[in-house]
Design a protein. Structure first.
Length: 232
């Protein structure tokens, strides 16, 4: 390649790369002003789907979970988190945010979509639990087999299956998932699951141990002037 041809080739390559960067930047979700320690309200950025809160909405003590529904570690942690958040539902607000690691877990985003679609019919936490507790049933499925499995869960929960199947791949849910991921990136996630208690990241030795997790929550409740449950 002569000098003139090389210059032309370089100009085209740089131009194409610049276009990709521009397009990527134009679609980037801006969470620079978002308070990632607080429950997010519905907005155009998240498809008008607010954070899902389990327990006492507005509590001064918040536990946030950034999870991937196909992640084995997330599935293993689920029973402990479910038990603890149920025990503290009158004192604590628990928020789950989607962080699907699609390169290693190809079904993670579809699973997140199924949970969000159920949420649009008022059954977010029921589907959240079902998806985690049935992880082994769907984690290796593809295409229509996966879609049929999720649709069967929707029917079991009494959802309108037609609406569910439309919503699961809709733009609103995609925006919600991508918004959650942007919040996780702002939090500088390095793994799933990642848990933050009142903005402080918890080590796995804490969130993976029911007793230690309860102790951490009790400490935050007492700081906030909230009495922990009598049996915890």
């Amino acid at each position: 390649m002569n000098k003139t041809a090389w210059i032309i080739f370089s100009a085209i390559t740089v131009g194409a790369f610049g276009l990709l960067v521009y397009l990527s930047g134009s679609n980037k979700i801006d969470v620079s002003k978002a308070d990632i320690t607080a429950a997010q309200t519905a907005s155009t950025q998240n498809g008008n789907i607010a954070d899902h809160v389990y327990g006492k909405a507005g509590s001064k003590v918040t536990l946030i979970d950034y999870g991937d529904f196909q992640c084995p570690g997330c599935g293993t942690a689920h029973p402990t988190i479910k038990a603890v958040t149920e025990a503290y539902k009158d004192q604590l607000q628990f928020i789950f945010r989607n962080y699907p690691l699609t390169e290693s877990h190809p079904n993670a985003k579809a699973a997140a979509g199924a949970v969000e679609a159920a949420g649009l019919q008022g059954k977010y936490w029921e589907m959240h639990n079902k998806i985690y507790e049935s992880q082994s049933e769907w984690e290796n499925l593809e295409g229509s087999a996966r879609a049929d499995m999720f649709s069967s869960y929707a029917k079991t929960l009494g959802l309108n299956a037609d609406k569910f199947n439309v919503d699961i791949s809709g733009s609103a849910i995609n925006k919600k998932i991508e918004y959650d991921k942007a919040l996780g990136q702002k939090a500088k996630l390095d793994a799933t699951p990642s848990f933050y208690l009142n903005g402080k990241k918890l080590p796995s030795s804490t969130w993976g141990d029911e007793t230690k997790l309860k102790e951490a929550i009790n400490t935050e409740l007492k700081k906030a002037g909230i009495t922990p449950p009598s049996n915890n």
